[in-house]
Structures are given as C-alpha cells and as structure tokens.
Design a protein around this ligand. Structure first.
Ligand code: FAD
Length: 382
C-alpha cells in the first residue's frame, strides 16, 4: 500500500517543529548569516526539544523516532535556516553508526550521556585530499597494543569546533583502500586533537565548519565501531539514512523561497498590476510548487524504505540529488521574481540562494549522486 497521509502524531511533531523554526530559528537567521557565529543558544533549545537525538532509541534517552519523522523535522527546521538545521542535524549523522553498529557498552557509554546533557557530535570522513573519493583517505589508525594511534587531518567538519565527540574514519592499512578503513569513537578531549578555526563560507554561515588535526591520538579498542574491515560500510550506511534528511532540508529551504516569492509577486506592481498577474511569473511560481512536491515525495519514499529496513542507497541518492538541484533552482528563481531587490541584502532571498548551493556539494555531490544512480542502472563501469 502507498499512503501519503501523516498520522496525527506526525502532524503534531511537524507543527511543533514549524513553530520552533518560526519562533526560534528564523528571527536569528539573518544575524548568524551576517556574523557567521555559532548559534549556541538555539542549539541548546534544540537539545531541550530532543532535536539533537531524534534517532537515538528511547531506552538510551533519545526520541526513538523513525527516518520519515526525522525528515519531517528536517524540512521544518531548514525552513527557518538551513545552516542552523545542519548544525542540529549533524549529530544524527555522527550518532547513526553508534546506534546501528555500536555494542551495548558503547551505546551506554556514548548515547546515554549524549541524551542527558547538551552535547554535539561530528562525523569525520572528508579530508583535504579525499572528498568525493573518501576511500583514498590518508588519516591512519595504526594498531598499537590494545587500541589505535590516530594521525591525520579531517576537513570540512560540521560542528568540528564545538563537538564533544567525533566519529572518525581512518585507515589501518592504506594498501587495502576502503577495506582497511575503520570507524572510531573519539572523545574531543583526547590529547593530540587540534581544532581549526571556522571556515568563512559563502552560505549556511550559522553552521560551524572546521579542519581537525589528529596527532598521535590514542583510541582504545573498546571505541572501535564494529569490526576492522567494516568502517567504510558504516560510513556509507549512515549517508543512506541522512541523505533523505538533507533532501528534506532542501525542500524546507525551497519552500521558504517559494513563499517569499509568492508574497512579493502579489505586492510588486509593474505595468499597473501586481507582477503575479503576469503569466510568466505565475509559471515560475507554479514550477516551484511542482518541484517542491516532487522532491518531498522522493524524500518520503527514500525515508519509508529505510524505516522498513530496506536498502535505499539509490532512492536516497535520487532524493538528495533532485532536492538539492531543486533548492538551487527555486532560490535562483526567487531572486528573479524579486528583480533588483532580490540581488540585495535587504531581502532574504539572496541568502537562501547562497545557502542552497552547498547542498549540491556536501553529503555527496550532485555528480556523485548521479554516479550512484547510474551504477544501479549499469553496474560498475570502468
Ligand atoms: C559546508 C560543508 C560542510 C561539510 N560537512 C562535512 C562533515 O561534517 N563531515 C565530512 O566528513 N565532510 C563534510 N563536508 C565535506 C563534503 O562532504 C565534501 O565537500 C564533498 O564530499 C565533496 O568533496 P570535495 O569538496 O573534496 O570535492 P571533490 O571531491 O574535490 O570534487 C570536486 C568536483 O569534482 C566532482 N567529482 C569528483 N569526483 C567525480 C567523479 N568520479 N565523477 C564526476 N564528478 C566528480 C565533484 O562532484 C565536484 O563537483 C562538508 C563540506 C561543506 C562544504
């Protein structure tokens, strides 16, 4: 059966998140965009609402939500500000490998404390020379006694400057490429970790993005997630779950741009009538609505498959690619509807356009999403 109706509980979650976005996130969005500072107060409020730990099972103090419910949350939070949403969301990405592959001892040691006080986690995969091809990572985890010694630099780490916990992917033997990659839970207080300063970005400026350097950081074997040889699979499994959430965020961002453009088109008079009376403008607005609906349905499909425990790598890539491109198109068109005013800092649509761009780059770029989709059609091609 295919259903498109949300349950009363889902609608209540959605409405609550929409209020949070409208009352807490949106009023601060412009300031954080201008100043590029971290929205600590909002993050603490998000923690109090349980938005940092929706996927963590209830037995450890989390929300015990499903993937679809977390996508509903994502769309609403991102409608307030995509950068603040990403700061909230990234702990879910980092915690996913612990939720799915952690031992009971690891869940007790890391998930429970995470839920009982305000804490952030980062997902550390990318490196200066390994982005779309993470299997070529240079960070090493050299086996040493009853653990590993981590050395290397991670790059573009969201919340890197503020996280208390890092889930780090590193190679025990670079000759083995992805088969040598392991995943380690690393407390940020471990000696030998150096956090870089915030990277000055084009958009999503409320989210903190840094480099992280690991110099002879000792990590006990009890912090190894799953077996050796399994780390790369865990990294990719987390992305299958979180790509629909990023897609949902893109939908929320696009929705805000569409709402602003629709309001402006009804107010701005040219040729003696509101510009919304011109068919060319109506069609721009209608195309926004068509794309947003389509993207949301793709997101929901990818999320529902994950909730059913089914493999969704291709559907997650389809949803993420479509929603990211859609957000870029809708925000660009919103600037067009505003005309010259859209090209100024006096109206928020230029910010939405800047915020949209990076969705086509992170969590797997537009090209990498298409690579995944083409592979599902053609198999591996040389
Ligand atoms: C704001 C921000 C936040 C981020 N947060 C995190 C985080 O929390 N954790 C983390 O680990 N990483 C994070 N990243 C990193 C992000 O995942 C990478 O930027 C992304 O994977 C792309 O890697 P790259 O930037 O090195 O681009 P590259 O891999 O250098 O790619 C450059 C261009 O080449 C294209 N390309 C590469 N390979 C192929 C191919 N085989 N076929 C066709 N085209 C190709 C790409 O699509 C892209 O257009 C973040 C990045 C940003 C900008």
């Amino acid at each position: 059966m295919i259903g498109f109706s949300l349950t009363p509980e889902q609608k209540a979650k959605q409405e609550k998140a929409r209020r949070f976005a409208r009352e807490v996130i949106l009023p601060a969005a412009g300031k954080h965009d201008r100043e590029g500072d971290f929205p600590l107060e909002i993050m603490q409020k998000a923690y109090a609402e349980g938005y940092l730990t929706p996927l963590v099972p209830r037995q450890y103090g989390g929300g015990g939500w499903g993937i679809l419910d977390t996508c509903l949350l994502s769309e609403e939070l991102a409608s307030g500000d995509m950068g603040i949403f990403v700061s909230i969301f990234v702990s879910t990405l980092a915690l996913h490998p612990i939720i799915s592959f952690g031992t009971e001892d690891q869940k007790e040691r890391f998930l429970r404390p995470f839920c009982s006080k305000y804490t952030l986690a980062s997902y550390c995969l990318s490196e200066p020379r390994a982005g779309s091809d993470p299997a070529s990572m240079e960070t090493t985890a050299a086996p040493d006694g009853n653990g590993y010694v981590l050395n290397g630099t991670k790059m573009w780490i969201t919340n890197g400057g503020y996280a208390d916990l890092y889930v780090v992917f590193a190679n025990t033997d670079r000759q083995k490429k992805h088969r040598g990659i392991i995943s380690l839970i690393v407390p940020a207080s471990s000696p030998g970790i150096r956090r870089g300063g915030p990277i000055d970005k084009m958009g999503q400026r409320a989210s903190n993005t840094t480099a992280l350097t690991f110099q002879n950081v000792r990590v006990g074997k009890e912090n190894l997630l799953g077996g050796e040889r399994e780390g790369f699979k865990k990294a990719m499994a987390a992305l299958d779950i979180t790509r629909p959430m990023i897609g949902a965020g893109a939908v929320g961002l696009a929705r805000s741009a569409m709402e602003l453009a629709t309001q402006y088109a009804q107010k701005r008079i040219q040729f003696g009538v509101p510009i919304s009376h011109h068919q060319a403008i109506q069609f721009i607005l209608a195309d926004m609505a068509i794309g947003i609906d389509a993207a949301r349905l793709l997101v929901w499909r990818a999320a529902c498959l994950a909730d059913e425990g089914k493999r969704n790598s291709t559907e997650a890539a389809v949803a993420k690619a479509f929603a990211a491109d859609l957000a870029m198109r809708v925000t660009t068109d919103a600037v067009q509807v505003y005309g010259a005013m859209g090209y100024t800092k006096y109206h928020p649509v230029e910010k939405l356009m800047r915020d949209a761009k990076v969705i086509q780059i992170y969590e797997g770029s537009a090209q990498i999403m298409r690579r995944i989709i083409a592979r599902s059609m053609l198999g591996r091609v040389p």
